[in-house]
Design a binder for this molecule. Structure first.
Ligand code: PEP
Ligand code: MG
Length: 768
C-alpha cells in the first residue's frame, strides 16, 4: 500500500511488507492485529517521518558529521552521542509530523471516551537497504506516557536514542551506514498489566513441542529484564496438559503510579511474593494465543503478554525464537512428520531448516517472504537478495550448483536446494516443510532449524595449518566480506561484481543516459572497497563484469538487452565489455579510484577470454582511463578451452595470474549448459579433458612464472583440490563455507607430497 509518505500510520493497516516503514516491531504488531490477536491499539511514526524531520530541520548533514568518530575511543563516542542527541532534541518537529501524531493520539483518547490515555512509546530502528536488520534493544522505550506534549517529547527521545553510544558503536562495527539507518516509533496504548511475562511456543533450548510461560506481577519489564525469579509453567503442546508449575520468588514489580502515572518499581506485597501468578485457565488461553501466532509465522515464537485487572489478555510482542540449537525431529500437529520426502533437487548450500513455504512468482511478491519462511521460486535474481536474507531456506525449480541461488545462499549460510524442476508447482503457499540443503531433499512437516549453523561456521579461525599453497575465498555479495575475512583466508581469489550491479535498482545504461556515471562508479567503489578493507593488505582479485544478458533484462531499463537462445554462449564477460566500452570504462574508472585511494591490494581479473587480442584491448582501455599497467596486477580467467590451449600466447601478451573458472571451463569443454538440469548429471569437473587442460596450464604458468589459482566450484571440492596441489597450483579460492576444509585438505596433501619426496630421494640414495 502507498503509505510511505504519511508521517503516521495505524498498525492495523500495516503488515510485514511495511517493515522498512514501521520497523520490525511495528510490522510484527500489524501482522498480529491482522490475525485477530488481542493487541492494544497502536500507531507508528514512520521511518520516513524521521528522515523528513532531519531533512526539513536541516540538521542531517551536521548530524552525520558529528557521528564520524573513532568508535573505539570511548570519550569520542560519548561526545558523538551527546552532540547527535542535542541536535535532535533541540530541533523543532515539522508541523506536518507533529499534527499527525497529535491527531492519532487524540483518536486513541477518543476511543476511551476522551480521557487522555497512557501509551508506551517504543523505538524500532530499520536499515534502508536491509529493512530486516536487527537493532533490537539498542534504542529506548518510554512507558506510561500521557498527554500530547509528553508523547511528542517521547517520540523525539526515541529518535535521539538512535544515537545511543551502543547503537553507534554497533552500526560502525557491523558496517551499517548511519545515514541509511532510520527509526520508526511505535505509540501503543499501555496495558496496565496486573500480571505479565513472556511465552515461548516451543522449548527455547531444545525446540521440543512445549509451551513455556514465565509470569510475574505488574508490568512485563520485571520478567523481561530478569529482575525477579518468575513463575514458570510448562504445557505439553500435544496433550495440552500443564506438565510443570514452578512458583518463583517475586520481590519487585513495575507498576503505574496511580498518582503520577509514571512507571515505578515497588516491592511485591509479602502475601503475593510466593503466590502463583496464573490460573490454569489463563495458562491455557495463553497457549492458544501462542499457537495462533506460531501457526501464522510458521516458526516457533518468543512472545510478550500482559493481563489487566479485569482479566483481559493482551499480546504485546512476538518474534521468532533465536536460541534453538539442536536439530530435533518433531512433527507438527497438522502436517505430519519430517520423513515424508516431497521433492528432491541438488543440495546447494548445507544446513537444515523448517518453515512456511512462500512461492515467489514475481518481484512484487517478495514482501511475502517473512523472517523464518522458506522462499520458493523459479530462480533467484540479485534483487531478491534482501528477501533471501529473511528466508531460512531457499528452493528453486532451476539451476545447478553454481547458479545465483546456490552462490548467494552459501554466502548467507542459508540452506538451499536448487534444480528441483517442480518446486513452484508441488509446494504450496503456507505449507510447512523442512529443507535439507546438504542432501537436496524437502520433507513435509517441520524439523527445527539449526540456528547455531552460522556461528559454528564463521567463528574467526584461531589456529590453522600453514600451507605453501595459498587458501583464498570467493565473494559475490559485499555484505559477506567480514564473514569471509574471518575464515582467515589469504585473500579473495574471486570477487564477482555482477551481483552488486544486478542488485542496483536500475540498468547501468540508465545511469549513463541520466548522466549519473559518477553515482554508478561510486556504487562499485563502495562494494569493492568493503571487501578490500576487510582483507587489507591481503590481495583481492576483482573480476570485471560477467553476467549473461537474461539476468540484465530483468532490471529496470534492461528491456533492450538482446534475446539470446543460449546466453551462456552469448554476450557476456570480456566480450560484452569490449563492445560496450562506455560501460567498461566506468568499471575501470572505479578501479582507478580505488587505486588512488591506496587499495593496491586489488587485482583486476578478466573473465571469458578466448583470444589474447581481448587482453590486449582491455589493457589499452585501462591505459585510456589512466590506470598504470606497470603497477597493476592483471590476470585472466581460464574458462574457455581456447584460453587454456593457447595459454603461452596470453603469457606473451602479459599477465600476472590466471584463475580457473571451472564452472565455465567444464561447461565449455563438455558442452553441458551448467544451468540446465536436464544435463546436470553429465556435468563433471573431474572429466579427464578438463583436468588435462588444467594440468597443462599450471605447468606452462609455472615455467613462465605466472601465478595460478582456481575460483570455480572445483576449488571447494577436496578430491579435485588434492589433484590441483599435486599439479603445483599457487592458490585455491574456495566458497566461504569450504575454506576450512580445503585448507586442511591442502595441508595434508602438501605433507603427503613432501613425505613421498623424502622417501623417494632416500630410496635413490640407498641405490647409489
Ligand atoms: C567459473 O566459471 O568457474 C567462475 C568462477 O565464474 P562464474 O561461476 O561466475 O561464471
Ligand atoms: Mg565463469
Amino acid at each position: 500500500m502507498m503509505m510511505s509518505d504519511k508521517p503516521v500510520v495505524w498498525l492495523r493497516d500495516v503488515d510485514s511488507s511495511d517493515l522498512g516503514l514501521v520497523g520490525g516491531k511495528g510490522a510484527s504488531l500489524g501482522e498480529m492485529m491482522k490475525i485477530g490477536l488481542p493487541v492494544p491499539e497502536a500507531f507508528a511514526v514512520t521511518a520516513t517521518a524521521f528522515r523528513e524531520f532531519i531533512d526539513r530541520t536541516g540538521i542531517a548533514d551536521e548530524l552525520f558529521r558529528v557521528l564520524d568518530v573513532n568508535v573505539d575511543d570511548g570519550v569520542e563516542l560519548k561526545k558523538a552521542e551527546d552532540a547527535a542527541k542535542k541536535l535532535i532534541l533541540s530541533a523543532e518537529m515539522p508541523p506536518r509530523i507533529k499534527d499527525a501524531i497529535i491527531d492519532a493520539y487524540d483518536a486513541m483518547c477518543e476511543e476511551e471516551g476522551g480521557e487522555e490515555v497512557f501509551v508506551a512509546v517504543r523505538s524500532s530502528a530499520t536499515a534502508e537497504d536491509l529493512p530486516d536488520a536487527s537493532f533490537a534493544g539498542q534504542q529506548d522505550t518510554f512507558l506510561n506516557i500521557r498527554g500530547k506534549d509528553a508523547v511528542l517529547e517521547a517520540v523525539k527521545k526515541c529518535w535521539a536514542s538512535l544515537y545511543n553510544s551502543r547503537a553507534i558503536f554497533y552500526r560502525v562495527k557491523h558496517g551499517f551506514e548511519h545515514r541509511k539507518v532510520n527509526i520508526s516509533v511505535v505509540v501503543q496504548k499501555m496495558v496496565n498489566s496486573k500480571k505479565a511475562g513472556v511465552m515461548f511456543t516451543r522449548d527455547p533450548s531444545t525446540g521440543a513441542m512445549r509451551t513455556i510461560i514465565e509470569a510475574s506481577w505488574g508490568l512485563g519489564e520485571a520478567v523481561v529484564s530478569g529482575s525477579v525469579s518468575p513463575d514458570s509453567y510448562i504445557v505439553d503442546r500435544e496433550s495440552k496438559e500443564i506438565i510443570s508449575t514452578h512458583v518463583g520468588m517475586k520481590e519487585i514489580m513495575h507498576i503505574r503510579d496511580p498518582e503520577t502515572g509514571e512507571t515505578v518499581v515497588v516491592p511485591v506485597p509479602d502475601d503475593m511474593k510466593e503466590k502463583r501468578v496464573l490460573t490454569d485457565d489463563e495458562i491455557m488461553k495463553l497457549v492458544e494465543l501462542g499457537e495462533k501466532v506460531e501457526e501464522h509465522y510458521g516458526v516457533p515464537q518468543d512472545t510478550e503478554w500482559g493481563i489487566e485487572e479485569d482479566g483481559r489478555i493482551y499480546m504485546l510482542q512476538s518474534r521468532p525464537i533465536t536460541t534453538i540449537k539442536e536439530v530435533k525431529e518433531t512433527s507438527t500437529s497438522e502436517e505430519g512428520v519430517g520423513e515424508d520426502i516431497i521433492l528432491v533437487g541438488l543440495g546447494a548450500s548445507p544446513g537444515v531448516a523448517s518453515g512456511r513455504v512462500k512461492i515467489i512468482r514475481s518481484i512484487d511478491e517478495l514482501p511475502k517472504v517473512e523472517e523464518g519462511d522458506i522462499m520458493v521460486t523459479r530462480m533467484t535474481t540479485p534483487d531478491m537478495v534482501p528477501a533471501m536474507k529473511r528466508a531460512v531456506a531457499i528452493v528453486t525449480d532451476e539451476g545447478g550448483l553454481t547458479c545465483h541461488a546456490a552462490i548467494v545462499s552459501r554466502e548467507l549460510s542459508t540452506p538451499a536446494v536448487v534444480g528441483t524442476k517442480r518446486a513452484t508447482e508441488v509446494l504450496k503457499d503456507g505449507m510447512i516443510v523442512t529443507v535439507d540443503g546438504e542432501k537436496g531433499k524437502i520433507y513435509r512437516g517441520s524439523l527445527i532449524r539449526e540456528e547455531a549453523h552460522e556461528e559454528v561456521h564463521f567463528q574467526a579461525v584461531s589456529w590453522k595449518p600453514i600451507t605453501a599453497t595459498e587458501i583464498k575465498v570467493n565473494i559475490s555479495i559485499p555484505e559477506a566480506a567480514e564473514k569471509a575475512a574471518a575464515t582467515g583466508a589469504d585473500g579473495v581469489g574471486l570477487l564477482r561484481i555482477e551481483h552488486m550491479i544486478l542488485g542496483l535498482n536500475k540498468h547501468p545504461s540508465l545511469y549513463i543516459a541520466e548522466g549519473k556515471e559518477e553515482e554508478y562508479i561510486n556504487e562499485l567503489v563502495k562494494g569493492i572497497k568493503r571487501v578490500a578493507d576487510a582483507f587489507y593488505p591481503r590481495p583481492v582479485w576483482v573480476r570485471t563484469l560477467d553476467a549473461p544478458t537474461d539476468e540484465f533484462r530483468a532490471m529496470k531499463g534492461g528491456e533492450h538487452e538482446p534475446i539470446e537462445h543460449n546466453p551462456m554462449l552469448g554476450w557476456r564477460g570480456i566480450r560484452r565489455d569490449l563492445t560496450d566500452t562506455e560501460h567498461f570504462k566506468l568499471e575501470l574508472r572505479a578501479f582507478k579510484k580505488l587505486f588512488e585511494l591506496g587499495y593496491r591490494n586489488i587485482g583486476i581479473m578478466l573473465p571469458m577470454v578466448q583470444h589474447p587480442s581481448e587482453l590486449k584491448r582491455a589493457k589499452q582501455l585501462m591505459e585510456e582511463v589512466g590506470i598504470d599497467l606497470e603497477t597493476t596486477t592483471i590476470g585472466i580467467m581460464i574458462e574457455t578451452p581456447a584460453a587454456a590451449i593457447i595459454i603461452e600466447d596470453f603469457i606473451d601478451e602479459g599477465i600476472d595470474f590466471v584463475s580457473f573458472g571451472t564452472n565455465d571451463l567444464t561447461q565449455y569443454t563438455l558442452a553441458i549448459d551448467r544451468n540446465n538440469e536436464n544435463v546436470a548429471a553429465l556435468y563433471n569437473e573431474r572429466h579427464p579433458a578438463v583436468m588435462k587442460l588444467i594440468e597443462y596450464v599450471i605447468r606452462v604458468c609455472r615455467e613462465r612464472g605466472v601465478m595460478t589459482s582456481v575460483c570455480g566450484q572445483a576449488g571447494s571440492k577436496p578430491e579435485i583440490v588434492k589433484k590441483l596441489v599435486e599439479f603445483g597450483i599457487s592458490s585455491i579460492s574456495a566458497n566461504i563455507d569450504a575454506v576450512e576444509a580445503i585448507r586442511n585438505t591442502v595441508a595434508r596433501e602438501e605433507q603427503k607430497l613432501l613425505v613421498e619426496l623424502v622417501r623417494s630421494s632416500k630410496k635413490g640414495l640407498n641405490r647409489d
